[in-house]
Write a protein that binds this ligand. Sequence first.
Ligand code: UT7
Length: 349
Amino acid sequence: MPLSKIAGIGKYLPERVVTNNDLKEYMETDDAWIQERTGIKERRFAKRTEETTTTMGVEAAKIAIERAGITAQDIDFIVFATLSPDYFFPGCGVLVQRALKMKEVGALDVRNQCSGFVYALSVADQFIKTGMYKNILVIGAEKHSFGMDYSTRGRNVSVIFGDGAGAVVLQPTEKEGQGILSTHLHSDGESAEILAQYNPGSHANHWMETPVADYNDAPIGEMFMSHQMIDKNQNFPFMDGPSVFKKAVVKFPEVIAEALSKNGYSPADINMLIPHQANLRIAQFVQQKLKLNDDQVYNNIQKYGNTTAASIPIALCEAWENGKIKEGDLVCLAAFGSGFTWASALLKW
Ligand code: UT7
């Protein structure tokens, strides 16, 4: 059974740079707080109307496809990971199929937030290994700037996130030992509500001890997204940051260790760890815990913020473009986020 390899990789970051100081226009915050707590100096915001999650994904995909030495017509399956889709439905995958004038191939959207890209990669990996598909396009993209609370009330969430996209083309390997060695996927829904966007949704407060949305006067048919929800700012993401942080620093090392032990490696064997860019302090904690050197871990949250499903393919692409990943290198991808879901992938580049 052939393994699958990343045959091409691309990224797209919107042009507009938004510094921490720029955010002061909307909220009470300061550069020092954001840098100390998260490591973030600036992030990118997509053009308000011309760029969407899909258009950014398409730009990253074009580069990945070209670098794989194929055309969009050769792609036989699309997997798109995002939490900020262009439409509530249909998903972004079909919009990519349309935009790139592809054949009538299957298009799957993955909703696993920060671990979305590793989940998507794992799904694609299975289809390659079974021989069902030969060229799979995997995209992670987000347009967070469109749906965050940029007032002081929402600052603990909104300062962290940025826009962008990354994409890879997966193909069967020809070389022995090259490619994705294993992927590891996990979830624990016990704390699903501590990092979530509840509305629009069908929950009607079913899971909540304390109501999170106002349904009292909402007429039937307007309970998915009502005027009241918007008037009361119930249409923004919620995060209990410290609780997420505490879980993340346990699960990141655990899922990396799982990938290494499955393949008979130890942390010292890693040439490059690409952690999901959630918070520089989380990545540094993981680095210390695994006793990794600075050149074994790639971080770029300082420039782009947390781009959720896009963060790993953007960082992987940038590390590769900067010559930090070479053929034969052992590369580990690891993610943790909303759900909770967490995941890792170990690759021989
Ligand atoms: O990728 C998805 C997964 N997400 C994560 O992994 C996020 C994990 N969590 C974190 O990264 C951190 O918890 C945060 C960066 C979100 C927050 O850092 P923290 O050190 O946990 O701060 P905190 O939430 O405990 O807030 C400390 C203080 C509060 O003020 P008081 O109550 O102590 O007076 C906040 O109101 O900082 C205040 N604060 C801010 N101040 C200036 C919160 N946000 C801001 C802000 N600017 N943007």
